[in-house]
Design a protein around this ligand. Structure first.
Ligand SMILES: Cc1ncc(C[n+]2csc(CCO)c2C)c(N)n1
Length: 220
């Protein structure tokens, strides 16, 4: 079994917990409170800016041309395409550029982006890309799970369509292949560190939606 298949199977309970989140169930049936979606969009803009930086570092460190191409392309997509999706939603949900600009990262957003930045700064390339992968793979799984049961019309249709798009599935497959290749050439200690990074990042994906659902801020 490949590294990615093994960790994906190990994390089945966590993935189920993600698919069962009220944020996603209500997003699918179109009843998610606008306030929760606004919180998500603003926080996700902050997330994307940092994630784009982390992908650019992965691109710089990738040993193969395939890795450099994939991660530099991902860095561009994170900044351009997903920000465009957010801009359209900002208009639809009445978020002004000033509101988005002034927002501080939530504990979940800051935890996730800081964790990825710490992998980029102080850990191996293998660990870094294992931490990068859940962002793709979890969203692809969620997009595919939600799309067939999404209400129509749905105010969140553009979001669902983005992550259920076949081209997004193909990008996920390519990143997964890079992680499997890195794992195949690594020793057991590095593979264990990769599994840990993948696990932490997947937990942060759960926390990100949970935090938006409860419009979480800082306790003090
Ligand atoms: C918290 C959070 N996690 C994952 C994604 C999805 N995503 C963001 S950037 C990127 C790769 C290149 O575009 C993908 C798949 C998101 N939007 N927000």
């Amino acid at each position: 079994m490949s590294f990615c298949d093994a960790i994906w199977e190990e994390l089945l309970p966590l993935r189920r917990a993600i698919l069962d989140q009220p944020f996603l169930a209500e997003l699918a049936d179109g009843t998610l409170p606008a306030e929760s979606f606004r919180h998500y969009m603003v926080q996700d803009s902050l997330y994307l800016a940092e994630y784009g930086r982390v992908l650019a570092i992965a691109a710089a460190r990738a040993p193969s041309a395939a890795g450099r191409l994939e991660f530099s392309d991902g860095a561009k997509v994170a900044v351009q395409v997903e920000q465009a999706l957010h801009q359209a939603f900002f208009v639809q949900f009445g978020v002004t550029p000033e509101m988005a600009h002034k927002a501080e990262a939530s504990p979940a957003c800051l935890g996730y982006t800081s964790y990825l930045a710490s992998l980029a700064a102080t850990r191996s390339y293998e660990e870094l890309i294992a931490g990068i992968l859940p962002c793709f793979w979890v969203y692809w799984e969620v997009g595919c799970a939600i799309k067939p049961r999404a209400a129509s019309p749905n105010p969140y249709a553009a979001w669902i369509d983005t992550y259920a798009a076949p081209s997004f599935g193909e990008a996920t497959d390519r990143v997964r292949a890079l992680v499997d290749e890195a794992a195949a050439n690594a020793g057991p200690a590095t593979r264990e560190a990769m599994a840990r990074a993948f696990r932490y990042a997947t937990r942060y994906e759960w926390m990100f939606w949970d935090s938006a659902y409860h419009t979480e801020g800082w306790p003090i």
